[in-house]
Write a new protein. Structure first.
Lengths: 450, 244
């Protein structure tokens, strides 16, 4: 196929800029590809906490978000202790100031609030175990009970404890309780849904088990009509042929002891043997009884139902786990409401019925002052690998590949036209070098100055 | 064959005093100052340039060629194709009974300009384009150089590319006729790979002699032209080579 002239002209026109662009792309792509290899692999751990709201917030003040509250809790003293305990950034601790150390640590801490009720706290480190441990410690710091004085220290400017505002604070707590009630109702709704799902799965499982039993009992029931053996009219022929083949094989073996393959008797024996084998192959196979077919069918049904049973069992177990988690969440929410709130929450209609706050939780709730930030760990730290480069994001990786492909394409298209090494023909020697084998060099016409 | 006999003027000699055909590479006035002139004197076989072309002609005569039509081409413009073709035809005419120098640069004719169009008498001879258009018989568009066995078929006015692509039939006929009439045919061809190098050349140009000019022709361009010609490339000539 001939390259279109217009396209060729365009390619020729933009050859040089395309070559430059292609070269730059290749260089950038290679550098970006090499960058991850030059960096140490990093691990990101994330723990999930439940955030119970703004108990104790001053009336009229803006509600504190979970991240703001957590930032306030993770003060310099806590971070300093963690850095020493886990021996974080030893180089920085030796050479830099504590502020630099804390800055580096804060840079690796992530606080994200996926919704209004939870907080994700994360820590990035080169060591996966240390990353996980620090994250768990951070979560523990957030959850741990602290004295109101110590805890309210960073927020003292925003939450002044003025006696005149006590009534307003009480109103704020009432509002907060309403919020907790709403959350409990939400959890109750989810519980109801899961419970209904659970009962449906249980019914289905029971039905399945009953069907397996029915099929198994049918299977073992003996049907006199079916148990009658089916007569095979070719059984005798088949047996006779097998015997003849065995005898002929023995005869052939005996002949081969004395003679070579070319001996006429050996050839004859081989021919006879092959004829017998052909006859045996031509005999119809023994008939499959109806009973065997039915057995196979029943077995298949049983296998299918057993598989279905195991799938349902797995779903049931998963559902049970979800229900347990929801019940735990509800208990914690009820515990936050306090004894009176728990009573009112128990009175609300739920699928499971109201779950009263456990005594331990109620005790914990009463132990936490209203001014502290009520975090509760829902999930301990989980680790994931992070590479600190463009490759850490999927889109970045795609971009990298596209750029590489573009660079390679550019080189393949334009490299043959690159006149980097295109020199001028100057001498007969140059001419001989470029001359193909089928042609001859006829000579040179000398340059003559007139 | 009834080709008119014309004589070319002595003022085309550019300093040479001998009568007859003299070709100088002065077709590009702007470049003359930078490039050394090459001159060939048909009547004086003792000039150094004459000796060069004589050697060249001897080499061509020694080649086992399929036909005696020599297609002189180059990789690019300004590499001395026409000069080489004219001088080669002149040398061959000295040893052969009849030689026809034919211009195939139908889009950009240069032969008459190079030969010295001011001769005036050649103006009465129709150009090759008239023959291709069917306006004149083959013999009428050929003129002979006085005192030699060299005949010339030149293009007088340029044709369009569209016109050229539709003239392959008459061109083939003329070529077949000329091969019968003349011992040697020297054809001045356009650069290989240019728009002038039409499909007709890919099909009919054989054997081709590729000309290069020292210090002007690029290796890659020359190799590309050689690749395109494949086994039809018979030989190579280097112009303007600086003597050591």
């Amino acid at each position: 196929m001939e390259f279109p002239a217009a396209l060729a002209a365009t390619a020729e026109k933009y050859r040089r800029p395309a070559m430059i662009a292609s070269g730059v792309l290749t260089l950038v792509a290679v550098v970006l590809c090499l960058l991850p290899a030059g960096r140490k692999q990093q691990y990101q751990s994330i723990a999930l906490l439940l955030y119970a709201g703004n108990a104790g917030a001053a009336p009229g003040s803006a509600p504190l978000s979970a991240t703001t509250a957590a930032t306030a809790r993770l003060d310099d003293a806590h971070l300093q202790k963690l850095a020493e305990h886990y021996d974080l950034y030893p180089e920085l601790r030796k050479k830099q100031t504590p502020a630099d150390l804390l800055g580096a640590m804060r840079a690796n801490i992530t606080l994200t609030q996926p919704d209004g009720y939870s907080l994700q706290v994360g820590f990035r480190d080169e060591n996966s175990q240390r990353s996980q441990d620090v994250t768990n410690s951070l979560a523990a710091v957030l959850e741990a009970d602290v004295s109101p004085a110590a805890n309210t220290q960073p927020l003292a400017t925003t939450q002044p404890q003025v006696p005149a505002a006590i009534e307003d604070q009480r109103s704020a707590r009432v509002l907060n309780k309403d919020d907790l009630h709403r959350r409990i109702a939400h959890v109750d709704g989810m519980l109801k849904e899961r419970t209904e799902n659970q009962s449906m799965l249980q019914d289905e499982s029971a039905e399945n088990t009953a069907r397996i039993r029915t099929i198994s009992s049918t299977h073992v029931t003996t049907n006199p009509a079916e148990s009658t053996p089916v007569v095979d009219p070719y059984a005798g022929t088949r047996t006779s042929l097998r015997e003849q083949i065995a005898a002929e094989q023995q005869h052939l073996a005996a002949l081969l002891v004395r003679y070579t393959e070319a001996y006429p008797d050996v050839e004859e024996a081989r021919e006879k043997l092959s004829q017998l084998q052909e006859k045996l192959a031509a005999v119809p196979p023994p008939p499959v009884t109806q009973r065997v077919r039915a057995q196979n069918l029943f077995q298949k049904q049983i296998d299918d139902l057993t598989e279905e049973e195991s799938r349902l069992g797995e779903q049931l177990r998963s559902n049970e786990r979800e229900i347990a988690a929801l019940q735990k969440q509800r208990s914690e929410l009820v515990a936050k409401l306090g004894p009176a709130g728990a009573g009112s929450a128990a009175g609300q209609p739920t699928g499971q019925g109201a779950v009263a706050a456990p005594a331990a939780v109620t005790g914990l709730q009463s132990a936490i002052p209203a001014s502290t930030h009520p975090f509760r760990i829902l999930q301990n730290a989980t680790v994931s690998v992070v590479v600190g480069s463009i490759a850490q994001s999927r889109s970045g990786f795609r971009f990298l590949w596209v750029m590489l492909a573009g660079a390679v394409f550019g080189f393949f298209v334009f490299l043959p036209r690159l006149p980097l090494r295109d020199t001028l023909l100057l001498t007969a020697e140059d001419m001989r070098k470029v001359l193909p084998g089928n042609a001859v060099f006829l000579g040179t016409i000398k340059r003559i100055e007139l | 064959m009834s080709a008119p006999r014309l004589s070319l003027p002595a003022d085309a000699l550019h300093g040479e005093t001998a009568a007859g055909l003299v070709v100088t590479a002065t077709e590009r006035p702007g470049k003359v100052a930078k490039r050394a002139k090459s001159a060939f004197n048909l009547t004086d076989a003792t000039t150094p340039l004459n000796a060069c072309y004589a050697e060249l002609a001897k080499g061509i005569e020694a080649l086992p060629l399929r036909r005696k039509s020599l297609f002189i081409a180059s990789a690019g413009a300004g590499e001395g194709t026409t000069t080489t073709a004219v001088n080669l035809a002149g040398v061959l005419s000295r040893t052969s009974s009849s030689v026809l120098l034919m211009e195939l640069r139908l889009l950009a004719p240069r032969l008459l300009h190079l030969l010295g169009d001011s001769a005036g008498d050649a103006a009465s001879v129709p150009g090759l384009e008239e023959l291709l258009r069917g306006a004149t018989p083959a013999s009428d568009c050929i003129f002979r150089v006085e005192g030699s066995s060299l005949s010339v078929a030149a293009v007088r006015s340029a044709m369009s590319l569209e016109e050229v692509t539709h003239q392959s039939g008459p061109l083939n006929d003329f070529l077949a006729w000329a091969e019968e009439q003349y011992e040697w045919l020297v054809l001045d061809c356009p650069p290989v790979g240019s728009a002038e190098w039409t499909r007709w050349f890919d099909l009919n140009a054989d054997p081709v002699f590729l000309v290069a000019r020292a210090g002007v022709t690029r290796k890659r361009a020359w190799q590309a032209a050689a690749r395109r010609l494949k086994d039809r490339l018979a030989g190579a000539i280097l112009n303007d080579s600086t003597p050591k």
